[in-house]
Ligand binder design. Structure first.
Ligand SMILES: [Zn+2]
Length: 84
């Protein structure tokens, strides 16, 4: 899966940027940008994108909830070849 340059979530168009030397795997910046650590493997980047998308969909989820939902959803998408 290619990491897109932007992604539409609900009414919002978020920019997706791969950044070198990011302290975390990924994060949401205040200006509606998803940052992904450029140093991650392709699979880790995909997982991180799913993770940040779940954060956007429901900002009320705890970090633990975001973690298991994003991993479970990512696995289903992978196992069914929705993403390659
Ligand atoms: Zn998180």
């Amino acid at each position: 899966m290619l990491i897109p340059k932007s992604i539409k979530i609900g009414a919002f168009n978020l920019e997706v940027r791969e950044v070198k030397g990011l302290a975390d795997d990924g994060s949401l910046s205040g200006e509606g940008t998803i940052l992904i650590n450029k140093d991650l493997s392709p699979k880790e980047k995909e997982l991180t994108l799913f993770h940040e998308i779940i954060h956007c969909i429901n900002p009320g989820f705890t970090e633990k909830e975001v973690e298991w939902i994003s991993r479970a959803l990512y696995q289903v998408f992978k196992d069914n070849n929705f993403i390659k």
